[in-house]
Every structure is written in C-alpha cells, then in structure tokens.
Design a protein around this ligand. Sequence first.
Ligand code: SAH
Ligand code: SF4
Ligand code: F3S
Length: 480
Amino acid sequence: MKGKAKLEPKKEIEEQKKYIEKVEEINKKEAPKYSILTMGCQQNENDSEKICGMIEQMGYEKATNQEEIDLAVINTCCVRENAEDRLFGKLGELKKLKEKRGTIVAIGGCMMQEKHITKKIKESYPFVDLIFGTHTLHRFPEDLFKVLEEKNKLTDILDIDGKVYEGLPIKRESKVKASVTIMNGCNNFCSYCIVPYVRGRERSRAPKDIILEVEDLAKQGYKEITLLGQNVNSYLRVERENNIPFEEYQGVHSFATLLEAINKIEGIERIRFVSPHPKDFTDDVIEAIANCKKVCKLVHLPLQAGSTKILKSMNRKYTKEDYLNLVQKMKNKIPNLTLSTDIIVGFPGETEEDLEETLDVVKKVKFEQVYMFIYSRRVGTPGDKMENQIPEEIKHKHFNRLKELVESQISENNQKYVGTIQEVLVEGVSKNNKNTLTGRTDSNKVVIFEGNINELINKVVKIKIVSEHMWYLKGEVVNG
Ligand code: SAH
Ligand code: SF4
Ligand code: F3S
C-alpha cells in the first residue's frame, strides 16, 4: 500500500486512537514485548518517544532481552553515511530473530523518505513488515493493525509535507528533562544536507499547543525543557511572511515571544533550544535570551565552516565575519554566554587555507563544545554533485587537526570551572559509579558528586567544582 493523506489532523488522530484500541484488544491476553532503536538527532528521539507512547498504549511492554522481542522498531537517520551501515547491520541481526519467533520488524524515520533506501530494503530485506516515514508517524497504530490483521507487508510513506498532528500519546525517557518539538521541516537547503528532503518544508506548531504541553510538563514535575526544530529561530516565520493565519496565544508570534512565554511557566527552571541558524539570529531573540532568567546561557550556534568561500558553497547565507560579529554582539548583550557548535570538515573544495579559517574561528570563539563531522555525500543534495570532492585521507587529516585543537581547548576551558560554584540540575545516579550522582550545569557540563538521591533528584543544587576530567567535572554539594 502506498500512503496518502486522507483526513484532517484532528479526525486522523481520533481515527488512530480507534486503531490503538483495536491493537490493544489483540494484545489483551498477554502483553507482547517491543524494542526500539533510535539512530538520529533529538527530534528523532522525540519522535521515538511518540512511537513508544503509541506502542505502550497498544498493550506492548518494553523487552528486557533480545530473545523475547515481538515487535522491533528502528527509527532511522540519514544525515551521514554511517547510519546506513548501522541499519543494514541491524537488519541482519533482526532477520535471525524474525526466523526464530516471527518478530514484526518496522522501520521508520528520515532514511525511509529516501527512495533508493526503501527500494534496497524491499529487494534485500523482504522480511521487513512495515516501512513508515517522517510524515506518517502518527499512522503507526493503523499500519501496525494492518500488518497484524492482514499479515501483509506495508509501506506507508508520504512524499508531500505532513501536517502538524497534536494529541499523540508520548512515553518520555526522562522524568526531569523533556523535549518539545516546536516546528517540523527545514527550508534552508544547505548544500550538504539531506534534512530538507526527508523532513519537508518548515511548519510550526500553534503557540497554544506548545504552551499547554509545557504547562502540563511543569505540572508533572519536569524542570528542563528543550525546544526542538531544524531552525528554531524561524519559528512561525513562514506563516508571518506569507500571511498564513495562526492564532496568537499569550502574546506568542515568534521565537523570541515563545521563549518569553515559556519563561513565565511556573515549575520550569531551565529552557534550552536546538538548533538556531546564525542567519536568523535576530536582536529580539538575543534580548529574550538575555532577559529570560530560565533560558540557559549556553547557545548552540552551528558554524559548519569558517571559510567564507566554503560557507557560500554550503549555502549558509553568512560570512566568517557575520558569524564572528554575531558572536560578539551576543557576548556583549548576554552576560556569561557560552557557545557550542557543529562543524563539517572535508566539504568539496576545502583547502588547507579554508581549514585554517575554521580553526581561526574555533580559536577566537572558544566554544564550550564542538560537534565535529566529516563531510558525507548525500544522494540528491547539491553537495553530492560538486566536482571538487575531497579524498578521504585529506578529510581525515582535516578532521584530526580540528579535533586536536578542540581537545586542547576543552581541558583549558574546563579549568575555568575548578573552584567555582555551579547550579546543577540533578538527573540521577551516575551510570559508571552507583555511589555518585550526576547532573548538568547551565552550560550543559556533566557534574559528578556525592549526595542523597532521594533528597536531591530533580532539584537545582549548588555544587563546588573540585576537579575536571575532560568529559565531566567533579564537585561537592555546597551546604547552607
Ligand atoms: N538543523 C540543524 C541540524 C542539522 S543536522 C542545524 O542546522 O544546525 C546536524 C548536523 O549534522 C549539522 O549541523 C551538520 O554539522 C551535520 N551534517 C549535516 N549534513 C551533513 C553531511 N552531509 N555530512 C556531514 N555532516 C553533516
Ligand atoms: Fe540541514 Fe541546513 Fe536545514 Fe540544518 S539548516 S537542517 S543543516 S539544511
Ligand atoms: Fe537524522 Fe533526520 Fe535528525 S536525518 S539528524 S534524524 S532530522
């Protein structure tokens, strides 16, 4: 079956709730077990939380070991090539499980929006039961019901942009921190990037739906909210520019006003957002960050490259100077601002000199954290058609030079924390040492310390930092 847009969002969700009940009825006797593998970004993780919400309402329980899985879901990413190798490796494993116990295999997410991938799955992995895309996630209950009832293979993909669906159940990973998607899609078409092709055009959620969701999270005890979108600072821009009507709620009509409204919600202590685009970083957003106490003063500001020539061919729409000026302006207006970033090395045409420009920005800005990527050719993007591709060994050489610089900066940067008192949101017991607790600073640094979990969990606590260890800081609770 090929998917097609059928109903208006509200009706569609009502319809899906009926399918949830139908599958629940099938599962009534004994709760089957499910697993989910999430391969992508925070938005992909948030989608997985929605998939889990639907699955658990349909009567499934999370599997505790591989052997008992009745439904295996993979939520894919395709932003870089390694994701494909990982998926096909995983499918090899699931094939054995399918043969052994008839496990239902469902694959969704961004990679499923790529035709050459779904074609390959159908040809080489015919045991896969259900393929669904980014625009049809909300139809998972109906699709799963059909697979269970009709025992057919199903592909439910939409090539056109999906609508904004509200009211899906959600099973959140954490009880302290919650992600809230504020917009879907991307209109920027950076020339290396597949996201606009697999997530469709930008469309924002209504202010009221976002505010009500955050208010509800606050009531449930959540302390930290991360607002998600591929380009969060263009929230509602398409609507404003094209006179598409939308309903203002609590004065929200832009990203800056959204931050201000969420800042007022009682119970929420921290607000983060990923990712903004430097070209859309307007003054009202800078002011909102400065004025809103709860908005963390760590801003993720993707650089991608430091060379103006490369930025131009990446279609980023800013120069090296624009970026540095923006950083300066932000630092002037936002006290204690720290920055993190994304950088790609090895984009077509990148020379030694271009790399030097990137290293120069890294030296000047002194990022809190740098997420580094080796350029990966993506089918269908302008970058893939460029003739001056860089050989793999040069890409790796460039990567290692950047990595060296970044790592030397991290330990230097960590030093500045030692001896300071930080406000830490306590998240739980640390994974590697059950006798210690873990939490994060406003600037998102992991802090490990001793304390009583029952007293401190989900609270913002003052911690004195005593030492730094590259990827985390050690501290002591400050009493009184
Ligand atoms: N919309 C966000 C995130 C996009 S994907 C943003 O603009 O910041 C996350 C990161 O993956 C990007 O910031 C970029 O650094 C990296 N990335 C995207 N496409 C890539 C590619 N083809 N090769 C390597 N890295 C890529
Ligand atoms: Fe990709 Fe650029 Fe859109 Fe980010 S802004 S999702 S990097 S096209
Ligand atoms: Fe990957 Fe899709 Fe996110 S391609 S990075 S999961 S938007």
